[in-house]
Ligand binder design. Structure first.
Ligand SMILES: *Cc1c(COP(=O)(O)O)cnc(C)c1O
Length: 357
């Protein structure tokens, strides 16, 4: 072994050596339906407004560490009451990490359900926190009995519930989640990454529970490239988390562009509406294909099961359509497709039919 290799092996924590880095596949020239991105561009007039804003940006200066105007716009969007605020993150991934760091006393645990968003478990590993994953039921609903039992025995400091859940797409029962929040002595974070495509939210419940925070991101709403997420909830929590936030975590350009886009939130919500309609159509088309079992979704993607997912995935890829192949346990032979433009969805359905035959 080279000297550098042995140094690396000695110094890097074993659980980090054992990780494989989050894989982002090459998608040059492909129809990209693997990452829940919004497929639509902005109208020209809005692009022009953004260009004008950005042209005057003071990129020679550090960003505003507390962009009050941007935060106020988000507060208004959520109709947050007094005593509640928002904390901005470089995507919500950064906020998951910040929360984990904040509560990670020796022996502390992070609980989530499985299958769910992989970053919860990965970030628990990054910070050296115990991870507890409670399996979902067969229909991907919460197993309330098992979850409450795990909360009692493991006493997790931090619980993440994605609402709607990724990669399954369903909304868990709100009353189950409320029972989990009520039963938990730890902090419960409801992750609403897909809020724009769903019909419910926990923002109105923030005032009811002292241990609830809601996390959102603008990534799935057409701003994945900006990297902007936020936590909403009591300032008592946010003031502490604020101390851990790296001072310049959201750059000058993302701040300006996000502010402009939030002034025209209706444009993005209009795109989300279109995506919801196309999701319904895509669901119908998938259900009609023999050998495909599709699951209901409140997000901008659909999960479906076939006889041999790796083979179908490869067939789609060969035909220029990139989706996500899932694996392991309940997700064996499951594929996840992001809802694209109607033309992209058509190409996907055609390629799927060819890959299945
Ligand atoms: C995509 C996703 C995120 C991450 O969002 P970023 O803001 O892009 O980091 C968080 N939670 C869930 C459930 C997601 O699917």
């Amino acid at each position: 072994m080279s000297q550098a290799a042995s140094l690396v092996n000695n110094l890097i924590r074993p659980e980090i050596l054992a990780l494989t880095a989050y894989h982002v596949p090459d998608c040059t020239g492909m129809i990209k339906l693997d990452a829940m991105e919004n497929p639509y561009l902005l109208p020209q007039w809005l692009k022009d407004e953004i260009a004008a804003t950005v042209a005057d940006a003071r990129i020679n200066l550090y960003p505003d560490p507390n962009p009050a105007l941007l935060k106020e716009k988000i507060r208004q969007l959520l109709a947050l009451p007094d005593g509640m605020g928002v904390l901005l993150g470089n995507g919500s991934d950064e906020l998951i990490q910040l929360l984990a760091m904040a509560v990670n006393k020796p022996g502390a645990a992070l609980l989530s359900v499985e299958p769910s968003f992989v970053m919860y478990k990965m970030i628990a590993t990054f910070v050296g926190m115990r991870y507890v994953g409670v399996p979902l039921g067969d229909d991907f609903s919460l197993d309330l009995t098992a979850t409450l039992a795990a909360i009692r025995s493991e006493q997790p400091e931090l619980i993440f519930l994605a609402y709607p859940n990724n990669p399954t797409g369903n909304l868990f029962s709100a009353s189950d989640i409320r029972q989990i929040i009520a039963a938990s002595t730890g902090l419960v974070v409801v992750d609403e990454a897909y809020y724009a495509f769903a019909c419910d939210s926990f923002v109105p419940h923030l005032t009811c529970y002292p241990n609830l925070l809601v996390m959102r991101t603008f990534s799935k709403l057409g701003m994945a490239g900006l990297r902007l997420g936020f936590l909403a909830g009591s300032s008592l929590w946010l003031d502490q988390l604020e101390k851990l936030r790296l001072p310049y975590n959201v750059g000058v350009l993302p701040q300006l562009v996000a502010q402009k886009l939030l002034d025209h939130h209706d444009v993005l919500l209009g795109q989300a509406d279109q995506i919801r309609k196309d999701r319904a159509a895509l669901y119908q088309q998938l259900s009609a294909i023999a050998g495909v079992q599709v699951y209901p979704s409140e997000a901008n993607f659909l999960l479906f099961r076939v006889a041999n997912a790796p083979l179908v995935f490869a067939g789609l890829k060969q035909r220029g359509v990139l989706i996500k192949c899932l694996s392991g346990g309940q997700l064996t032979d499951c594929l996840r497709v992001t809802v694209g433009t109607p033309a992209e969805n058509e190409r996907f359905i055609a390629a799927l039919q060819e890959s299945l035959s």
